[in-house]
Design a protein around this ligand. Structure first.
Ligand code: GRF
Length: 202
């Protein structure tokens, strides 16, 4: 079983998609759900599935960002999944978990990524650009926001949409399939990184 930690900050619909996946149930164990926000909705989902929840940050009883990598190692985590986590991952953790931290982004990177590009900001920017396709990207996490090597992308036709909210809806539906798919490939050892390019074996 692949031991997974899922990092969240908000709603948790991707966390739910992971936990609801019948395929993943046989392949992975979500050991921890970690958030910078003690009150996030995603923690409620973790609670429903009896998964331990941890807060990361500076408050009392939180795991500090300095100790995060050590903490994940103590849980023997194989894969870290950022599913709507809005904070920067500490540099030492990126090194310790190189190519073992993945993030899902609600657009087709390398466009519409970067520090302020999260949530509705992304879909508004896509809408305002008049882009005719959007989509979801799962990529490795490196030292800066949204720049790590891309693992898988899926496109969505948005030529008919009338609002950023409609884009969000369409993209989110794709995310809920794409993220479990990539985690499954990880668990099956079917993600190969060679010379900076990523291949997903069928
Ligand atoms: C998703 O759109 C994801 O791509 C982005 O943040 C959002 C999280 O949504 N990184 P949820 O909390 O999984 O519902």
């Amino acid at each position: 079983m692949l031991k997974v930690a899922v990092f969240v900050s908000g709603r948790g619909s991707n966390l739910r998609a992971i936990l609801n996946s019948p395929k993943l149930r046989k392949l992975i164990k979500v050991q921890a759900v970690i958030s910078n926000k003690a009150t996030c909705r995603a923690f409620k989902i973790a609670e429903q599935y009896s998964i331990n929840q941890y807060v990361v940050g500076n408050e009392k009883k939180s795991i500090s960002y300095n100790n995060l990598s050590k903490f994940l190692k103590s849980l023997e985590i194989d894969l870290v999944v950022l599913a709507g986590f809005l904070k920067m991952i500490p540099a030492d953790m990126i090194v310790d978990f190189r190519n073992r931290i993945i993030n899902i982004h609600p657009a087709l990177l390398p466009s519409f990524g970067g520090k302020e590009m999260y949530g509705m900001n992304v879909h508004k920017a896509v809408y305002d650009s008049s882009a005719q396709v959007s989509g979801a990207t799962v990529h490795f996490v490196d030292e800066t926001y949204d720049t790590g090597n891309i693992i898988v992308q899926r496109c969505v036709d948005i030529s008919e949409v009338d609002s950023p909210e409609e884009i969000l809806e369409k993209v989110l539906a794709v995310e809920h399939e794409l993220l479990p798919y990539v985690i499954e490939k990880f668990a099956l050892d079917k993600i190969i990184v060679s010379n900076g390019r990523v291949k997903v074996l069928s």
